[in-house]
Ligand binder design. Structure first.
Ligand SMILES: *Cc1c(COP(=O)(O)O)cnc(C)c1O
Length: 506
């Protein structure tokens, strides 16, 4: 299987190269040339296997320059529930059954209690192996600017992985107390965490500046390092996400909730469009999908796009109680446009050019028809998010986080509007304990402003546990006794020096 750019460059490269490179030379994203098909017989076969072997099988179809035994070994290490740092559910991604046709796929049993673990627990292993395959002898220094969740998931994934080091920058006053403690107490010999005196934008601009700085590249090259990133457009993060769409389908077959071949809906709380894109790829591979429902919060740029075919980022940006979905430009949408336009790189290039020059683009009718074939979209207000959390707990005894609540509300709206009664899976992306303040406010019928994500602190973990009878997930409970390891904070202009100092100490 070879990979090509979404912008039409005709170069074809193997997956190891795509994973190491991240972004194509023409600015596009790497996509597989074709989509392998999974037959219903194969699906029945992999349904008998544990999650890790479902993962190695599906990934092997895309990562053909990796051997089966390599992929099995990475999957077995990444998706295991026997180590203290591993997953807290033997099923890895268990399905919660709310009623006969509504299920929640819980993707938050990993070490950081959010769905980013599903990819970031394995991606670092794919990256290290890829470095070897392409003959890269230097060590990768991963730089991450985080607004909260990605930083910790990346730290956990890269912790003590051979030939990598990782440095995370977070805005000093832009993450919650829980998120901060999660990061600054990270163990491992190849990790570093630094606060930036500024907001998330300052941290992100700083990291982009480092990537663009030739001097720093030359300097760290002398020490045997090169800079790399772990962001959600990397193919190594996308491919592990295809797995759980198949896996949840297998589980529904095993539980005899559906017959083999019967279609299901997936409803996905969407930000950068990585998660739901993996669902679209699964559908292209033959997974019986009726609709992929794209759920947005108050930042409903994707809802507008799927409804009208016009993407327009010239709109206000809202800070919400579901911060991981607060986004105006969803990078992975470019990969969808490539498939919808019949793999026409020139069409994608024109859309992206219009987006960067005018802040908007409008897709052709053909592309729009293809979009509507699989996708449905809806959004959920802040008030409805809070009400959904409260209602779901009071009426069903099931506690969900703010992101999952957005998806569940949009699914119910969809069912109401269409009368569709296809079995549906809500993708549940975070433990409710990750967003204690907002979840507690919801249960207590208090409204919550967008700043609530920042107000989370460790004392609320116990409070939420007492209020609901749910146990605090172990990695979060342990935070109360965790000692901060990383206390350095720098001005944005000193971020470069922080990187070279870190490499100098390695
Ligand atoms: C990252 C994230 C999302 C959004 O996922 P995308 O792949 O960016 O669409 C949703 N919920 C949570 C909790 C997340 O961390």
């Amino acid at each position: 299987m070879l990979y090509q750019s979404t912008r039409g460059d005709s170069t074809k490269i193997p997956s190891a190269k795509a994973i190491v490179t991240g972004l194509a030379d023409d600015g596009g994203l790497f996509v597989p040339e074709t989509f392998p098909r999974i037959s219903s017989d194969t699906l029945k076969e992999i349904a008998k296997k544990p999650y890790s072997r479902r993962a190695s099988h599906i990934m092997s179809l895309f990562l053909s320059d990796f051997s089966s035994s390599e992929l099995e070994s990475y999957s077995d290490t990444a998706y295991n529930a026997s180590s203290a740092q591993g997953f807290r559910s033997p099923e890895i991604a268990p399905l919660y059954e709310m009623d006969n046709t509504t299920f929640f796929l819980e993707l938050w049993h990993g070490p950081t209690c959010a769905f980013k673990d599903m990819a970031l627990q394995i991606m670092p292993r794919l990256l290290t192996a890829s470095l070897k395959k392409i003959g890269e002898t230097r060590e990768a220094c991963i730089l991450v600017a985080t607004s909260g969740d990605t930083g910790k998931a990346a730290l956990c994934g890269f912790c003590d992985v051979d030939n990598t080091s990782i440095m995370v920058f977070y805005p000093e006053n832009g993450v919650s107390e829980v998120q901060k403690l999660q990061m600054i107490s990270q163990r491992g010999n190849n990790v570093n965490v630094v606060a930036v005196m500024g907001n998330f934008d300052d941290a992100q601009t700083g990291v982009k500046g480092i990537f663009a700085d030739e001097n720093i590249k030359t300097e760290i090259d002398k020490s045997g390092y090169f800079l790399s990133s772990a962001n959600s457009i990397n193919w190594g993060r996308l491919v592990p996400q295809i797995v759980y769409y198949f896996s949840s389908y297998c589980d529904l077959m095993n539980k005899e909730k559906i017959k083999p071949g019967e279609k299901v809906n997936f409803c996905v709380p969407t930000g950068n469009f990585g998660n739901i894109l993996a669902g679209y790829y699964a559908e292209k591979m033959g997974l019986p999908v009726n609709k992929l429902i794209c759920a947005s919060n108050k930042n409903d740029v994707l809802t507008q796009f799927i409804d009208t075919g016009v993407y327009d980022k010239n709109r206000p940006f809202y800070t919400t109680v579901s911060p991981s979905m607060d986004i105006l430009v969803s990078s992975n949408l470019e990969r969808l446009l490539f498939e919808l336009s019949g793999k026409d790189g020139s069409v994608v290039t024109s859309y992206m050019k219009s987006l960067s020059e005018k802040g908007n683009y409008s897709i052709s009718d053909n592309v729009k028809n293809e979009l509507k074939r699989v996708f449905y979209s809806g959004y959920c207000s802040e008030e409805d998010t809070m009400e959904t959390i409260r209602d779901t707990f009071n009426k069903k005894g099931y506690l969900i986080d703010t992101h999952t609540a957005v998806a569940y509300k949009v699914l119910k709206d969809y069912m109401g509007a269409t009368g569709d009664s296809t079995p549906s899976i809500v993708i549940s992306t975070a433990s409710p304990f990750k967003f204690c303040h907002a979840v507690l406010s919801a249960l207590n019928e208090k409204s919550s402003d967008g700043s609530s994500a920042i107000s989370d602190d460790v004392t609320l973990l116990e409070e939420l546990s007492k209020a609901t009878g749910n146990e605090v997930p172990l990695p979060l409970a342990a935070l109360t006794s965790e000692k901060p390891r990383f206390t350095e904070s720098v001005t944005p202009s000193n971020m470069k020096k922080a990187v070279t100092d870190f490499i100098g100490r390695r």
